[in-house]
Design a protein around this ligand. Structure first.
Ligand code: IMP
Length: 202
């Protein structure tokens, strides 16, 4: 029988930006990045954020024999038919870095006017208590914004410098980590996850 509250959770991610944000929000649990176990990155073969989050969490719980959490997230741009979507981390190629990926989004959008540059960050959190867990916890967050014409701000990671937040009047790379965690897709999904974990019976 699994404990009601999982104290130690493996985090199936090698992305230092994500690890930092997830550890800051999930302060009630001990979050151990999968790098501590030398786990390989799972192959993200799913077509949706939900599928990929489950694939990553399942591999981590199977190999570490601890409950595991995974985040699959990305940027969805309306004018690009939802791209980069699930391939956000490798939009400009398998080994592309954050700058190359965001430059590709800017180049694909070209002179598309601001009124047509709507986008959102999506985050799906999947939590499996063990590899055969038939009732994973799934939580999802969405953060609405627009794609800028050039980078702005130094904080965060990934596409943050080109993600404009009209209500905050700044890019997400100009927010402090604390404010970003309160507002972001990941912050929303993790709050929801905490709530579901506290109320889960298995
Ligand atoms: P994956 O979930 O590891 O497949 O990759 C997610 C990718 O989406 C990251 O590598 C970033 O490029 C992008 N992304 C996800 N969340 C954020 C965020 O909070 N800020 C900026 N980019 C993000």
């Amino acid at each position: 029988m699994m404990p009601q509250q999982a104290d130690k959770i493996v985090l199936a991610s090698g992305n230092t930006g994500k690890i930092r944000e997830i550890q800051a929000i999930l302060s009630e649990q001990t979050i151990i990045p999968q790098s501590h176990f030398n786990l390989p990155e799972a192959e993200e073969t799913g077509q949706t954020f939900i599928e990929n989050a489950l694939i990553k969490a399942r591999q981590a719980t199977a190999l570490c024999q601890l409950p595991a959490i995974a985040d699959d997230s990305g940027l969805v741009v309306d004018a690009l038919d939802g791209a980069p979507g699930v391939i956000s981390a490798r939009y400009a190629g398998a080994h592309a870095n954050d700058t190359e990926n965001l430059q590709k989004v800017l180049q694909q959008l070209g002179t598309t006017p601001m009124t047509k540059r709507s986008a959102r960050f999506i985050c799906v959190i999947a939590f499996l208590r063990h590899p055969a867990d038939p009732c994973p916890i799934i939580a999802q967050g969405a953060w609405e914004g627009q794609i800028l014409f050039e980078s702005k701000g130094e904080n965060g990671f990934g596409y943050d410098p080109i993600f404009w937040l009209p209500e905050q009047n700044c890019s997400s790379a100009e927010l402090s980590p604390e404010i970003k965690n309160k507002l972001s897709h990941r912050g929303q999904a993790l709050q929801q996850f905490q709530h579901q974990l506290r109320h889960s019976s298995s």
